[in-house]
Design a protein around this ligand. Structure first.
Ligand SMILES: *[C@@H]1O[C@H](CO)[C@@H](O)[C@H](O)[C@H]1NC(C)=O
Ligand SMILES: *[C@@H]1O[C@H](CO)[C@@H](O)[C@H](O)[C@H]1NC(C)=O
Ligand SMILES: *[C@@H]1O[C@H](CO)[C@@H](O)[C@H](O)[C@H]1NC(C)=O
Ligand SMILES: *[C@@H]1O[C@H](CO)[C@@H](O)[C@H](O)[C@H]1NC(C)=O
Ligand SMILES: *[C@@H]1O[C@H](CO)[C@@H](O)[C@H](O)[C@H]1NC(C)=O
Ligand SMILES: *[C@@H]1O[C@H](CO)[C@@H](O)[C@H](O)[C@H]1NC(C)=O
Ligand SMILES: *[C@@H]1O[C@H](CO)[C@@H](O)[C@H](O)[C@H]1NC(C)=O
Ligand SMILES: *[C@@H]1O[C@H](CO)[C@@H](O)[C@H](O)[C@H]1NC(C)=O
Ligand SMILES: *[C@@H]1O[C@H](CO)[C@@H](O)[C@H](O)[C@H]1NC(C)=O
Ligand SMILES: *[C@@H]1O[C@H](CO)[C@@H](O)[C@H](O)[C@H]1NC(C)=O
Ligand SMILES: *[C@@H]1O[C@H](CO)[C@@H](O)[C@H](O)[C@H]1NC(C)=O
Ligand SMILES: *[C@@H]1O[C@H](CO)[C@@H](O)[C@H](O)[C@H]1NC(C)=O
Length: 716
């Protein structure tokens, strides 16, 4: 990414910065002579602009009638007292853009990016013969982008109308007249129709075209091959189909070619791809491409990022890939690539940071040459047909943080853990679905794993116990040991894993009581805020009717084991829990009243145990509960009717012959009836807003690394 931006910016500075330097010198001279004031008619145009705004608090103190408008905030004049630059990015401006700005005959640059401006983009700005740089990106402009008859004498070089709500077809006639255009960014709007073939006609300086995140359809026009100076061509996230026209590969100046998330088909032509000698980023992910990666890719010596994920590509990786020594990122996941990864000599790819080959058909062992990529941060080879044992060479990867090798046929778990545990950098290790029928090593011999936050050794299946060395992993947040054949009890040290918030040990052969130590997990105890109560259901997913947050689950899943004893009343301490699953065990006794204190719970599954007594009516307080299952127990009495209970299907209660309720086989007689607790009358709207803000806070802020973890955990 870096060299690309540099070269593009350099080009821009040739175009813009040099004149601007001159301008600022003139400006300094001008400021020194207090006598000169701006032109009255230009001041009037600025006032008309100001009048069009409904919110301009940042401007009103300096935009005063009795002052020189050349000194107003964001306004720059030249020596002739003519306004040449208006820069009002991110000023919180609201309202519409007045056409009067088009009357400023000397205006070169207008930057209104990052405001809340709405309405249309006035055509006077497009018809201006002076404006060279127009940036109205990140606003709320809407409506059709008007097609003008012509734009004679346009000086426009940079036009950024991205990230608005503009609609309509590609304005080809309007843009045709802009013969000086160097950069056009229309991304992230709702433009539709086909990309016109005339896009580059008479545009000798055209360098940047960004059409991504729109609704463009049809084929990529072969005439793009005439855009001979183009460096950046991006049109991802549209509905383009057909093949990549071979003419595009004539544009040897291209540094960034990016069409992800379209419906493109066909193969990468060996003769074509090798021509793009300047290519730095190639992104064709999420399309319908097939065929192999041609060996000619080795001619792209500047290539840094290769994204071909989620296509139907196949064949072996070309050995010449090792010639692309500047590669930092290779993303090939979800294709049908096959063959031995050892065909590529990775030792020449010393800049490699991300290698993702998940879900392909690669065979053989992990290439030893990969261990010389000392900058590697993330290695994902999950869901392939790799085999063999780990080599201690993996400890040369001093930057490795994410390692996902799940669902292959690797062997020797003891050796694997011995090697991996020496790493000080690893934060996530997903190696489940390997080591079939081996035994979980349970000695104290593993030291290290100092920074491990997530560990998945699930679905192997492994025999043995929950190993004691886990107690040393003080940074562990997520532990997945589900779907093994582990036996024995949950050890008391479990509460020493201070940061653990996701524990899945379901589908094992674990026995004993549910230890109270498990009820003392600090991260599960700390509910981050007062419970949020929504008065009406909010349907966000088919089975999740009520939700609080961005939804990464704080989870305890002990389901399908052989736990016996009671559900400890201390369970009420785990206030942060979103999911609690104790199903398919041998638990008896009553459902503790304290479960009613788990007010963040979204999923509660106690089915297939031997629980007795009544369903505590305090469960009506669980306002976020959207999945509830107590079927196949021995519960009795009336099913509560308040809170979420009206939304649960009868199947939640099946197999409890002594339960009664309006929709169940057994109706309650009046003696059974429970009073309906009054659901609180909190303001609905307030709460929804709070929930959304809460979700955003957690989604992007504090718990970012946990989110990242979960993306990996869910997708292996
Ligand atoms: C600015 O002042 C001039 C002269 O005093 C007056 O004619 C004009 O109406 C004023 N404009 C605004 C917007 O107040
Ligand atoms: C407009 O201003 C924003 C914020 O300062 C800046 O990021 C952007 O590059 C500017 N646009 C142009 C075309 O210079
Ligand atoms: C708008 O696009 C132009 C050209 O690509 C670029 O120089 C400018 O920085 C962009 N503006 C923002 C706010 O990103
Ligand atoms: C176009 O603008 C978007 C923001 O709207 C920005 O993310 C993107 O990088 C820009 N494209 C180019 C090529 O500068
Ligand atoms: C698209 O625009 C919206 C609204 O301005 C913005 O929040 C979002 O980040 C933009 N997306 C991209 C990919 O630039
Ligand atoms: C491509 O898309 C256009 C417009 O949506 C459609 O008419 C055409 O049939 C599609 N072509 C193919 C090969 O899918
Ligand atoms: C490219 O431009 C040349 C000269 O303007 C023209 O003759 C030719 O038809 C164009 N080719 C394409 C594919 O547009
Ligand atoms: C452009 O590409 C086409 C098809 O690949 C080829 O026939 C043509 O000669 C090329 N034109 C130029 C000017 O290189
Ligand atoms: C590889 O990257 C380095 C550093 O970014 C750069 O100096 C070098 O020119 C690049 N190599 C090629 C062949 O572009
Ligand atoms: C489960 O553990 C018991 C002993 O606790 C043992 O007898 C039984 O064979 C184990 N079952 C499986 C499937 O491993
Ligand atoms: C529920 O929590 C409250 C306050 O934390 C506490 O006073 C009460 O005893 C708890 N109820 C149960 C049944 O644990
Ligand atoms: C369930 O509990 C009852 C009463 O404690 C007991 O009689 C019965 O054997 C238990 N059933 C199972 C399957 O454990």
């Amino acid at each position: 990414m870096q060299p690309l931006q540099y070269s593009y910016n350099n080009r821009k500075s040739e175009m813009l910065h040099i004149p601007l330097l001159g301008v600022s010198l003139v400006l300094l001279l001008f400021l020194a002579s207090p006598a000169s004031s701006c032109k009255e008619e230009e001041k009037t145009s600025l006032f008309e602009f100001l009048n069009g705004l409904s919110q301009a608090s940042g401007l009103t103190s300096s935009w005063q009638n009795d002052t020189n408008c050349c000194l107003w905030e964001g306004v720059i004049c030249n020596g002739d007292r003519t306004i040449i630059d208006i820069s009002l990015a991110a000023m919180g401006l609201e309202g519409h853009i007045s056409p009067s700005l088009g009357n400023l005959n000397g205006l070169l640059k207008l930057n209104l990016s990052g405001n809340l401006l709405s309405g249309g983009l006035p055509s006077t700005l497009l018809l201006s013969s002076s404006i060279t740089v127009l940036d109205v990106s990140f606003n709320k402009l809407s409506g059709e982008f008007h097609e003008l008859q012509s734009t004679p004498n346009s000086a426009m070089k940079v036009m950024n109308i991205s990230s608005n709500f503009l609609t309509g077809y590609f304005p080809s006639t309007t843009l045709e007249g802009m013969k000086n255009l160097a950069a056009l960014n229309m991304s992230n709007n709702s433009f539709a129709g086909e990309i016109p073939s005339t896009i580059c006609v008479d545009k000798p300086f055209f360098v940047v075209l960004d059409l991504s995140y729109n609704q463009f359809v049809g084929r990529i026009p072969s005439e793009l091959g005439n855009c001979s100076g183009l460096k950046v061509l991006k049109a991802g996230q549209n509905q383009l189909n057909g093949t990549l026209p071979s003419e595009i590969f004539n544009v040897t100046s291209l540094e960034h070619l990016s069409f992800p998330n379209n419906h493109l088909q066909g193969t990468l032509d060996p003769e074509c791809i090798g021509k793009l000698r300047n290519l730095v980023i190639l992104d064709l992910g999420w399309n319908g491409l097939n065929g192999k990666i041609p060996n000619s890719i080795g001619q792209l010596k500047r290539l840094e990022e290769l994204h071909l994920d989620n296509n139907n590509m196949s064949g072996e990786l070309p050995p010449a890939l090792s010639s692309c020594s500047n590669l930092t990122t290779i993303i090939l996941k979800d294709n049908n690539f096959q063959g031995d990864l050892n065909h590529v000599n990775f030792s020449t790819l010393s800049n490699l940071k991300f290698l993702d080959c998940r879900s392909n058909k690669f065979t053989g062992t992990i290439p030893e040459s990969l261990y010389s990529c000392s900058n590697l941060i993330a290695l994902r080879l999950s869901f392939n047909n790799l085999h063999g044992q780990f080599s201690s060479g993996i400890n040369n990867l001093k930057s490795l943080r994410f390692l996902a090798l799940a669902h292959n046929s690797f062997t020797n778990i003891r050796n694997t853990l011995q090697i991996l545990s020496k790493s000080r950098t690893l934060t996530l290790v997903l190696i489940g679905g390997n080591f079939k029928h081996e035994t979980m090593p349970d000695d104290d011999e593993f030291h290290g794993f100092e920074n491990l936050m997530g560990l998945g050794i699930n679905k192997c299946p492994l025999y043995g116990k929950l190993p004691n060395w886990l107690a040393k992993l003080k940074n562990l947040r997520a532990l997945l040991l589900d779907d093994n054949k582990l036996s024995g009890p949950i050890p008391a040290w479990i509460n020493s894993l201070n940061l653990l918030f996701y524990l899945d040990i379901s589908n094992n052969n674990l026995t004993g009581d549910i230890p109270t130590a498990l009820m003392e997990m600090p991260t599960l105890e700390a509910a981050h805020s007062a419970p949020i109560i929504l008065k009406f259901p909010v349907y966000l997913a088919p089975f999740l009717q009520y939700r609080t947050t961005s939804g990464f689950p704080k989870m305890l899943n002990l389901g399908n084991n052989k736990f016996n004893g009671i559900i400890p009343p201390e369970i009420g301490q785990l206030q942060a829990l979103l999911t609690l699953n104790l199903s398919f065990n041998n638990l008896h006794g009553e459902i503790p009243q304290s479960v009613g204190n788990l007010t963040n719970l979204q999923v509660l599954d106690l089915s297939y145990n031997n629980l007795t007594g009544e369903i505590p009516s305090v469960l009506e307080r669980l306002h976020f509960l959207s999945k509830f299952n107590i079927s196949s127990n021995d519960l009795e009495g009336p099913v509560p009717t308040g809170g979420q209970f009206s939304t649960f299907p009868d199947s939640s209660f099946f197999g409890n012959p002594k339960l009664c309720g309006a929709t169940l086989m057994r109706h309650c007689n009046s003696a059974d009836a429970v009073p309906v607790t009054d659901v609180s009358t909190e303001e609905y709207a307030d709460k929804v807003i709070f929930a959304v803000a809460f979700g955003m806070f957690f989604g992007v802020g504090v718990l970012y690394d946990q989110m990242f973890l979960f993306r990996y955990i869910y997708f292996g």
